[in-house]
Design a protein around this ligand. Structure first.
Ligand SMILES: *[C@@H]1O[C@H](CO)[C@@H](O)[C@H](O)[C@H]1NC(C)=O
Ligand SMILES: *[C@@H]1O[C@H](CO)[C@@H](O)[C@H](O)[C@H]1NC(C)=O
Ligand SMILES: *[C@@H]1O[C@H](CO)[C@@H](O)[C@H](O)[C@H]1NC(C)=O
Ligand SMILES: *[C@@H]1O[C@H](CO)[C@@H](O)[C@H](O)[C@H]1NC(C)=O
Ligand SMILES: *[C@@H]1O[C@H](CO)[C@@H](O)[C@H](O)[C@H]1NC(C)=O
Length: 392
């Protein structure tokens, strides 16, 4: 005889399971709750404002149940106390301010959108440290409570995911866009070491290939900016010795100076006309500023001289890629869209907004590379004008 209370309890449980089941199988339901990782606080793994770090987790199902995708959110960096304090009051610096991000593109659980990965365990790690998940300063600012602990945040979250099942994963992937793409490059081998039992583990950096372009306008600012980020967040010891033994640590924040040493298979997805880099990192002579603003907002009105600077950026980008050397496990999809960030947008990932190279959308290219269905090193060497890749 089963007590009535227990029957109710069981019915509730079955009901909950049914709800979960529909939730995980319903196409287009890409809302995923935020998990606040309170237990990280005791490890000193916290956001800029000292709040616990956070992630969004969509559980894998079907034949994806043992596969894990860890996605690192992007959002620039902060390079000083005042700059980081501003972020400490926003979602990019405090889990208190976080609202759920939509799971589109490579994170989507729609089979049509995301055939290769839709049923994986998909985790979006929220970015709240301003250092591409690499900072580690013991000292807490007494006056403002500012914390600089990006590397600890990464470790604490990975540790938690390992316990949630990633420890037994077969296929694993570290992914990220923009500052999260750079974080993916910087953390790739480290992540491999944290998940040693995975049978396949690869990294995919979207729009994270920020170039130094030392002969183009703004080089000094690009260099000094990363030098300040590295200094402020105590990143030097995080960076590979193979790089820091050769040059200033600040320069080792430019992927071109370290991807050659990465052992784990890495995919670089980027536009050679990266809109963020052209807009914010490529500054011609200040006297030209207002016209330059018009030009970067609407390529059609650029003067021939301005367009030349933008073309020079592409040339420098492609040359930089050449210089990092080749390796057969590296994947590449270097397109010419005037766009920054591709992976989280469903249209750019696999829809009309996706550039095609070798007749493949980004989703097809990355799926083929990950599962080794084909060799993928696609570089658009033809278009020397930024393409208008619209999302519809
Ligand atoms: C800088 O980071 C290293 C670990 O990478 C740590 O051992 C050292 O204590 C940190 N320095 C400060 C000043 O926090
Ligand atoms: C990993 O698999 C082992 C053996 O099947 C199991 O005992 C353990 O609970 C699993 N660990 C996780 C974190 O799922
Ligand atoms: C890109 O194409 C869309 C749709 O055709 C158009 O609305 C937009 O103005 C174009 N942008 C540029 C910069 O040409
Ligand atoms: C890299 O090497 C492979 C052969 O190992 C070659 O097919 C490919 O074109 C090379 N890629 C680049 C970007 O040079
Ligand atoms: C390009 O891909 C589409 C669909 O994936 C296919 O129908 C078409 O035949 C391909 N074209 C070429 C030239 O391979």
């Amino acid at each position: 005889m089963v007590p009535k209370g227990m029957v109710d309890h069981l019915l509730l449980l079955i009901g909950a399971l049914l709800v979960m089941n529909t939730q995980f199988h319903c196409e287009g339901n890409d809302k995923v709750d935020v998990t606040i990782l309170e237990s990280a606080v005791s490890k000193g793994a916290v956001c800029l404002d000292g709040s616990p770090p956070a992630y969004q987790y969509a559980k894998g199902f079907g034949d994806g149940a043992k596969n894990w995708m860890v996605y690192l959110e992007g959002g620039g960096w902060c390079d000083s106390k005042s700059d980081c304090l501003k972020r400490a009051n926003e979602a990019l610096g405090s889990s208190k301010k976080i609202t759920p991000n939509y799971f589109g593109g490579i994170l989507s659980q729609s089979r049509t959108t995301n055939l290769d990965f839709y049923n994986w365990n998909r985790v979006m790690v929220r970015y709240c440290d301003g250092s591409s998940f690499t900072g580690d300063v013991e000292e807490i600012d007494q006056e403002t409570n500012l914390h600089r602990r990006g590397a600890r945040v990464f470790n604490a979250i990975v540790e938690d995911l390992l316990a949630k099942g990633m420890k037994n994963a077969s296929n694993v992937m570290l992914v990220g866009n923009s500052a999260g793409g750079l974080a993916t490059i910087l953390n790739c081998d480290h992540f491999r070491a944290l998940v040693p039992s995975a049978s396949k583990l690869k990294c995919i950096a979207d729009s994270g290939f920020f170039i130094r372009a030392k002969d183009l306008p703004g080089a000094e600012e690009r260099e000094s900016y990363y030098a300040r980020v590295v200094e402020f967040h105590n990143i030097t010891r995080f960076l590979p010795k193979s790089c820091t033994s050769k040059m200033d640590p600040g320069l080792c924040f430019f992927p071109e100076n370290l991807v050659g040493d990465i052992q784990t298979p890495l995919f670089l997805l980027n536009s050679a006309f990266d809109k963020f880099q052209i807009t914010y990192k490529l500054k011609p002579h200040p006297a030209d500023e207002p016209q330059w603003q018009n030009c970067i907002q609407n390529i059609g009105v650029c003067s021939p001289g301005q367009l030349q600077i933008i073309r020079d950026f592409r040339t420098a980008f492609l040359e930089t890629l050449q210089d990092i050397g080749n390796c057969s496990s590296r994947g590449m999809f270097i397109n010419s869209c005037y766009i920054h960030d591709f992976l989280w947008s469903t249209a750019r990932w696999n829809g009309n907004g996706s550039p095609r190279l070798g007749n493949k959308t980004i989703a097809q290219a990355i799926g083929d590379w990950y599962f080794e269905r084909s060799f993928v090193q696609e570089i658009d060497t033809k278009n020397d004008y930024p393409l208008n890749c619209t999302d519809s």
